[in-house]
Design a protein around this ligand. Structure first.
Ligand SMILES: [Fe+2]
Length: 277
């Protein structure tokens, strides 16, 4: 019995403390040759978690991935955290590695420390793309990068407007583009149908924490916004011309344990041909 408990504890420790870098390729005919091989590292749901020694293990993994850009898809903070030290420790290192883009998640919306985080991220050069569109340029080619703030940031007045505020926001942002390949950063995978409706090419999401406990061959058990047996917890989901990639993320929130669901960094390489990986 003692041996069983020891094995279980070691297994749980490994499942929660190890760090996996998942490498995937994504191809689309809209991607210009110039961007073939362009590497995007997704960091999601850190939840102000400290990976030890001032985030060194996490920072080393990001550095080793040699990304062209880093995208942080929300919940860099945890709403219950009393400081933003671990989040900022990571962000400071990230901007030294590659241009870093950030959108908010529900935990930023719920945190009274978000304004402080926002100020400090801006100060160190993290590009906050909440409800913004920016272009990433290489030679004559460019990619549109659109970020959406977590829906919890919407005001009562915005939500009272006619139509779906979240969809209108994304539609407006995408319509400002020039038809070039678009990448969207949005925290919530449960809104996949909305991303499809808006004509998103590739959207990076987090929030689901991989379903927290993953049952082999079945998938995640629970995800916020989706409940039990969630549909969108990890990897690629495709419909029409839209692909959503969901990171299992790095941290935990209310439920502190991951099983068959090690903390994940997602490294996606763009390919100019039409061959999704
Ligand atoms: Fe979240």
């Amino acid at each position: 019995m003692l041996l069983f408990i020891i094995i279980l504890l070691v297994f749980c420790y490994w499942q929660n403390e190890d760090l996996v870098v998942t490498k995937v390729d994504y191809g689309n005919q809209k991607i210009d040759q110039t961007f073939d091989g362009f590497k995007i590292l997704q960091v999601s749901d850190l939840q102000n978690r400290d990976f030890g020694n001032q985030q060194q293990r996490l920072i080393d993994a990001v550095k080793k991935s040699q990304p062209d850009i880093i995208v942080i898809t929300g919940d860099l903070l945890d709403s219950r955290a009393e400081n933003i030290d671990a989040a900022m420790g990571f962000a400071r290192a990230a901007v030294d590695i590659a241009p870093t883009y950030f959108i908010t998640g529900n935990h930023e919306a719920a945190s009274d420390q978000y304004q402080l985080l926002k100020n400090q991220l801006t100060e160190i050069g993290v590009i906050i793309v909440d409800n913004q569109q920016v272009f990433i340029e290489q030679g004559d080619a460019r990619i549109s990068l659109v970020g959406v703030a977590d829906p919890l940031f919407a005001t009562v007045e915005q939500l009272a407007q006619e139509g779906d505020y979240y969809q209108q926001t994304l539609d407006n942002l995408l319509s400002q583009g020039d038809g070039s390949f678009n990448i969207v950063l949005a925290h919530r995978p449960e809104d996949f149908a909305l991303y499809v409706n808006c004509g998103v090419d590739l959207v990076f999401c987090g929030h689901a924490h991989g379903g927290q406990i993953r049952i082999p061959l079945i998938g995640g058990v629970y995800a916020p916004g989706q409940g039990f047996w969630p549909k969108y917890t990890s990897g690629f989901y495709c419909e029409g011309n839209t692909t959503m990639v969901v990171s299992r993320g790095l941290g935990n929130s209310l439920f502190p344990i991951r099983i068959f669901n090690r903390p994940q960094l997602l490294l996606l390489t763009l390919r100019s041909e039409d061959s999704e990986g």
